[in-house]
Design a protein around this ligand. Structure first.
Ligand code: ATP
Length: 403
């Protein structure tokens, strides 16, 4: 079983490289541990994950305010939050080691120490007053941010699971203290819904009630959503009740304008890693089956989240009439409509299907000699491998109906 899991992880890492999803950072110089570079398809997938999140939790609501705070923040933020004193990992020999990346801002004697943010959360708390003053939101309301975070992890490992530079999608949801249990449950369900919507294998997702002794100092209740990764059941996302800890340490408060009441709101925080979302998604959709006696690999993405929605091919790339037709009458209009459309004329059709299967492209469209006379194309379904003839004029709707 263990071997099989290790094997699966190796297959995913190698597929990601082969098909242009994710590469080791600084690879041609021997790599830089804990960093990864995203290629065309991985980036498209990551963008889709982010967009799904933003659409559901920001654009889809009227009580959420987006923010994009600076990565470099005044060191006093991290002193106040407790990160300077206590954001540490234990070294093997028991020595505590602060995992924040330190750098300098300014030159010479004037230079001051700053930290690359180890979480996006504080970028929201320090903007609490700005959001309240600009938008006058009523409780409950939230702030949402997607952005990079940096941790000098002692042992980065397991591909994009534990990196030194990664990305978070976080919400700070401000509530009245008495409502925390209600909103904790509410956000738990919202997170689960989102995971299901992007296509995670929900049989592999588990909730872990984090015991008192293991919770962060600011949290009164935390649930980790864990995922059955090939290297073990590990934290995917977290949900924490942060009480009024953060607003208090930054001396921030809220005035209910109608009631004339001054108070410090409490916070429920759904915290999700973009990279772990992508990795768990890849593991959820990775499928092998047998086609024509051969093992084929495909990524069973939901069409909406797939990096490529459809690929267009002329049957033969040395027949100008096929290429011209495929390019102008099929590829160009689909590209304009759906954006994530690939042109693929490399190798024979079987090779192209195998390549697109590994990218997870739901539909492969082939222009052949019949197309030139009857204006129909072959559309091949990724999962079943079945093909049907579709009129070129119906292609946009055919795909729209299926995504
Ligand atoms: P872990 O226990 O795995 O170190 P954590 O509890 O420190 O994670 P949080 O501080 O709760 O993580 O960060 C929120 C989310 O950010 C995590 O649930 C995870 O999805 C993501 N995350 C945290 N650290 C990393 C990392 N080093 N690489 C990739 N994603 C990460």
């Amino acid at each position: 079983m263990k071997e099989k899991n290790k094997d699966l992880m190796e297959k995913i890492v190698s597929l990601c490289k082969r098909r242009g999803f994710v590469f080791q950072g600084s690879e041609i110089y021997g790599g830089l541990s804990g960093t990864y570079d995203w290629g065309h398809h991985g980036l498209a997938l990551k963008n889709n994950v982010r967009q799904y999140w933003w659409k559901k939790f920001v654009d889809g609501r009227k009580d959420m305010y987006g923010i994009d705070a600076a990565i470099l923040m005044n060191a006093r933020v991290w002193e106040a939050s407790g990160h300077v004193a206590g954001f540490s990992d234990s070294m093997e020999d028991g020595k505590q080691f602060n995992v924040m990346f330190k750098t300098e801002i300014g030159a010479g004697e004037e230079a001051a120490t700053v930290y690359l943010r180890p979480e996006t959360a504080q970028g929201m708390f320090v903007n609490f007053k700005n959001i309240v003053d600009a938008f006058h939101p009523k409780l409950p309301f939230g702030m949402a941010q997607i952005g990079k975070a940096f941790r000098n992890e002692i042992a980065p490992r397991d591909f994009i699971f534990r990196q030194r530079e990664f990305e978070q999608m976080e919400i700070e949801y401000f509530i009245r203290p008495a409502d925390w249990e209600k909103y904790f449950e509410y956000w738990k369900d919202e997170m689960l819904d989102w995971m299901e919507e992007i296509g995670l294998d929900m049989n592999k997702v588990h909730e872990l009630e984090v015991p008192d002794a293991e919770r962060a100092h600011y949290s009164k209740r935390t649930i980790d959503f864990e995922f059955d990764f090939p290297f073990g059941r590990k934290e995917l996302f977290g949900l924490a009740y942060r009480t009024d800890f953060d607003l208090n340490i930054h001396n921030l408060e809220y005035i209910d304008e109608e009631e004339g009441e001054k108070m410090v709101p409490h916070v429920v925080e759904p915290s999700m890693g973009v990279d772990r979302a992508v990795l768990s998604l890849l593991l959820s959709v990775y499928t092998e089956d047998k086609k024509g006696g051969e093992t084929r690999v495909y990524l069973k993405f939901k069409p909406n989240i797939a990096p490529v929605i459809c690929a267009v091919s002329p049957l033969l790339k040395n027949k100008p009439e096929l290429v011209e037709y495929a390019n102008t009458k099929v590829y160009a209009p689909l590209k304009e409509k759906f954006g994530r459309v690939a042109w693929d004329d490399n190798g024979n059709i079987g090779k192209r299907y195998r390549r697109q299967d590994e990218i997870g492209t739901p539909f492969c469209i082939v222009v052949d000699f019949d197309t030139l006379t009857d204006n129909t194309v072959t559309v091949r379904d990724r999962d079943s491998g079945e093909q049907e003839r579709v009129k070129v004029e119906d292609l946009k709707n055919y795909i729209k109906d299926r995504i």
